[in-house]
Design a protein around this ligand. Sequence first.
Ligand code: GDP
Ligand code: MG
Length: 201
Amino acid sequence: MEHPSKERTLVILKPDAIQRSLMGEIISRYERLGLKLVGLKMVVPTAEQIEGHYTLDPNWRRVTGEKTIKSYKDRGLTPPSEDPLEITAKILKNLKKYMTAGPVIVMVWEGAHAVELVRKITGGTEPRGAAVGTIRGDFVVDSYIMSDTDDRAVRNLIHGSGSVEEANMEIPHWFEKSELVDYKVSREDVMYNKELGDILP
Ligand code: GDP
Ligand code: MG
């Protein structure tokens, strides 16, 4: 088994992150946590790439549709449809429009609990409810009420893999093996080595 410090996750800085000049801020937050950047590129995604990305998990359409219907009902609202697949078709159409509107930055970050910790410091999917101190909580005002009113995707700056299994599908969707770099940074000794090493002379 690979050492847990080798876990990798996929992060996409969505078009609004680039347009709002937040790429440096966001990258520095993952970097200062202690994660290591092992892949990076700027692309203008195609609609096919985006649809492929969101449907890598064959259950995504059903699960996201069901989750969205539940979230309408929890808020005392009537969902636009009772059919999860119809809901997701609309979400996917809006995501394709949003994610292909301009350049995005696709990255792979590596480190212990990379998937979980990126999600934690990125904050919840709906920026309105994202915790204070998270990236979305600190930098975005958007909400589902806003995005649904205007029939568009919620603008939440970032995509981060939802699980290790998702990361393992998403990384090869965006990167060739040769585009990912295996290298060491010296701070890893202090973070992960069993012994702290030769600090004192
Ligand atoms: P993520 O992993 O945090 O991005 O969230 P999901 O994988 O569950 O959803 C992917 C995308 O679907 C989100 O970024 C939103 O654009 C959209 N989405 C998810 N849940 C909802 C919802 O309840 N309402 C609306 N309007 N869009 C949603
Ligand atoms: Mg997701």
